[in-house]
Design a protein around this ligand. Structure first.
Ligand code: ADP
Ligand code: ZN
Length: 747
């Protein structure tokens, strides 16, 4: 593959192999490290190479000239230069800045950018047929037919006849002839054999293929978003509009503008289960399916996507958070859909928030970035209020649909029966809805059957052997499962401790709710939507289609139903435990509850019939519930922002969490205490250092966990100080120390 758009000056290493370059290995090490160029030929910054590292060969990114800090004779040689487009300066700067911000080793970022299958191998090819003389001296019937078919296929593909290729087996199949006939055509010179890339190029997207007639509000929003793309400047926008207001329709106009300007566009989605539906929608809009990037995509698809993105050939990528690290050549737009979603925070390995990193990347490549949500995060909302982000609003639902009415059910008065969870008034509402031929949804944000199993005789509880957690009973699979480490055991009929046959399930999960619903509404067709019921994306998709088509009366679901799906017949949403998310004391508890419940309620009444949501709560007068019932989102955000500003809590102050973990409790505490004693660099920037304290989940996978929390002012150079802090504690005694900048989880 040739690439001359991005050469930075002269080659860094001469062909004699004696020059030194610095390379960032795609491995969890800081890097870059010096290497001798060796036989790798001319190397330039951004080239992908293979280098030896700790006895292995790993992919690396050439970073620049060598530093010459290590004597030449100690240096290892670059093994090979890979025949791949080099990473642009923008991509490299982004990786470096992201590593700095998140306090992640640079090598870990390089790994994110090169995590596609078979990158170190030559692009796979396959044998194809091309046009030869296209003439036959002596033509049997089948030979003539095969040749004719070749020409038909070429014409149908709209490619020039000389460029058209087809696999031999595909031609044989289309012409209904045997492979010997095709071989004879090659023999006669009528067709030629050639090697072609195995990964098909993505079909061209047509920005004007199927534009919707937009409403007046959408036209205005789309114009603002498209203008941001056209500006070729860093332009963050908060696209705020209620569910069903047509946000997607509006931002697709920005994607279209980006395609027209021949720049690449990236749309991030928080949930893989949504990708397929979304790609179908884009196919309809742009006439072809764009590239997709997420962990559930096949290896072949990811290989195809990475290479096409790097070559600048993929116009639009739809993906999960890690798609942000793809080696785009010229990124003109990033859309972060459902930007408030917690799924954008990667909590393991490289810890980053894809929403924030999207804003960073857009700032480096002069791109527009659109943060879209019906319930924006307080961070983004505050940025829009301060004028840092442009704000585009779609306050009303598209077409005839209106926003659902939300009401509370005070379960202190309207009590469900013992060991039941559906209040009498919610039961009536469900019955009426089903009787009208509409759909009802019962929502409970808890997977499984029951969160705890207790022995009535000896009081023993079902704990995880590896974590400080309770095992959740899953009746559907007959298992007790740890939702933290994934440990599973069969549900025993009797207590493991005392042998008594008196085990009791405590509290509800969706499976138990389904059991209750089945008893209450024996005639209703029940559908369950929970991430662990769906064994694969395909099964989940099928469930969603079933519901969308109206082939279910009553849906029982966890938070997976809150996201993006469109169920036209759904008119009633019942939230079984609206207070669930408010427990635990995380400063974002109210915000998350507000977002989740508003999203779930938003599933109701998306078509012509109005919808209603009922929230079962013990505190209908809590501010969150009041604002939900009043539909007063701005009121909620304003109130929440004021409270956080008073407390100096994010986004009005900054947090940094430090998590210490290891198999030996004493060592974990010793290292944490050493950090506590060495915290002067943090105090020097005016930060407050809290802890160490046992983490709320004190043990995970057999490892003890201790936390510290740093609180600083908004502008404080928290990473710089924390690097000095970390450097001050040299002895780590095998204890893992993880810095979590802007933590979302406090467990
Ligand atoms: P949001 O992203 O705000 O939830 P969508 O863009 O998904 O909203 O639109 C909600 C529904 O309304 C979808 O079914 C969509 O097809 C439909 N819709 C939105 N705008 C239009 C339009 N201009 N013309 C036709 N249908 C539209
Ligand atoms: Zn566990």
């Amino acid at each position: 593959m040739t690439d001359n758009a991005d050469l930075f000056g002269a080659p860094l290493g001469a062909a004699d192999g004696d020059e030194v370059v610095s390379v960032v290995p795609a491995a969890p090490t800081p890097g870059p490290y010096d290497y001798l160029v060796g036989g790798a030929g001319d190397l330039a910054a951004g080239d992908l190479v293979v280098v030896p590292l700790g006895g292995r060969d790993v992919i690396g990114v050439v970073w620049g000239p060598g530093t010459s800090e290590v004597p030449r004779q100690k240096l290892k040689r670059v093994a090979t230069r890979l025949d791949l487009p080099r990473l642009t300066e923008e991509t490299r700067t982004f990786l470096a800045r992201a590593a700095d911000y998140t306090m992640t080793p640079l090598g870990e970022m390089a790994r994110l950018a090169t995590r596609a299958p078979q990158l170190a191998e030559p692009a796979p090819t396959r044998r194809v047929l091309k046009a030869g003389s296209l003439e036959l001296a002596s033509a049997t019937r089948s030979r003539a037919k095969a040749l004719e078919t070749f020409q038909h296929l070429a014409a149908a593909s709209h490619a020039d006849l000389s460029d058209f290729t087809v696999a031999p087996s595909d031609l044989a199949k289309a012409a209904e002839v045997g492979s010997s006939v095709v071989a004879a055509l090659i023999e006669a010179g009528a067709l030629r054999e050639a090697e072609a890339p195995r990964d098909a190029p993505y079909p061209r997207l047509d920005p004007d293929r199927a534009r919707s007639a937009l409403s007046e509000a959408q036209v205005a929003a789309a114009a603002d978003l498209a203008a941001a793309v056209a500006a070729r400047a860093f332009k963050p926008t908060l696209l705020h509009g209620v569910t069903g207001s047509g946000k997607t329709e509006a931002y697709l106009e920005a994607v279209a503008e980006c395609i027209r300007r021949s720049r690449q566009a990236l749309v991030l989605l928080p949930e893989i289960a949504l990708t397929d539906q979304f790609l179908t929608r884009l196919h309809a809009r742009f006439g072809a399916r764009p590239a997709e990037w997420h962990s559930a995509a096949s290896g072949v698809e990811r290989r195809r996507c990475w290479r096409a993105v790097a070559a600048g050939a993929a116009q639009v990528v739809v993906g999960a958070r890690s798609a942000l690290f793809l080696p785009f050549r010229d990124l003109g737009l990033i859309v972060v859909d459902e930007e408030h979603d917690g799924g954008y925070k990667q909590e393991e390995g490289a810890i980053y928030n894809a929403r924030d990193m999207a804003v960073l990347r857009a700032s480096l490549c002069k791109a527009a970035v659109v943060l879209a949500s019906a319930t924006p995060s307080l961070e983004s909302w505050a940025n829009a209020e301060r004028g840092k982000y442009q704000k585009v609003s779609l306050p009303e639902r598209f077409g005839a649909a209106v926003e659902p009415e939300i009401a509370a059910i005070d379960i202190r008065q309207d009590k469900p029966e013992r060991n039941c969870w559906i209040a009498p008034s919610l039961q009536r509402a469900v019955a009426e809805t089903i009787a009208r031929g509409e759909q009802a949804l019962l929502f409970l944000n808890r997977r499984g059957y029951a969160p705890l199993t207790l022995c009535r005789k000896c009081g023993a509880r079902s704990g995880c052997p590896h974590c400080d957690t309770w095992l959740v009973s899953h009746r559907f699979t007959g298992k007790l499962v740890c939702h933290v480490c994934g440990h599973e055991e069969s549900e025993a009929p009797a207590c493991k401790q005392c042998g008594a046959d008196e085990l009791a399930a405590c509290g509800p999960g969706v499976e138990r709710l389904a059991e209750e619903a089945q008893t209450l509404f024996p005639e209703a067709r029940l559908a369950m939507l929970s991430s662990d019921m769906a064994t694969s994306a395909a099964v989940l998709r099928e469930q969603i289609t079933t519901i969308a088509q109206g082939d279910a009366d009553l849906i029982i679901g966890t938070q997976i139903v809150a996201k993006g799906h469109n169920f036209p017949k759904l008119t009633l949403v019942g939230v079984v435990d609206a207070d669930l998310g408010l427990q635990g004391g995380d400063f974002r508890a109210a915000e998350r509850t507000f977002q989740l419940l508003r999203q779930v309620a938003g599933r109701a009444g998306r078509a012509d019939k109005p919808g209603r949501a009922l929230l079962q709560t013990v505190g209908p007068d809590q501010p969150v519930m009041r604002k939900l019932i009043d539909g007063d989102e701005i009121g909620f955000l304003t109130h929440e922002a004021e409270a956080r500003e008073r407390e100096g809590v994010p986004p009005f102050g900054r947090y940094l969490a430090v998590i210490f973990s290891g198999p030996d409790d004493a060592k974990v505490w010793a290292v944490a205490q050493a950090f506590a004693r060495a915290a002067d660099p943090m105090r020097a920037i005016g930060a407050q250092v809290l802890g160490p304290a046992p983490a709320p989940i004190g043990r995970i996978r057999g490892k003890a966990r201790v936390r510290m929390l740093v609180r600083a002012a908004r502008g404080a150079p928290i990473q710089q100080a924390a690097r000095a802090w970390g450097d001050a504690v040299k002895a780590r005694q095998g204890v893992r120390v993880v810095f979590d900048v802007d933590p979302m989880s406090f467990l």
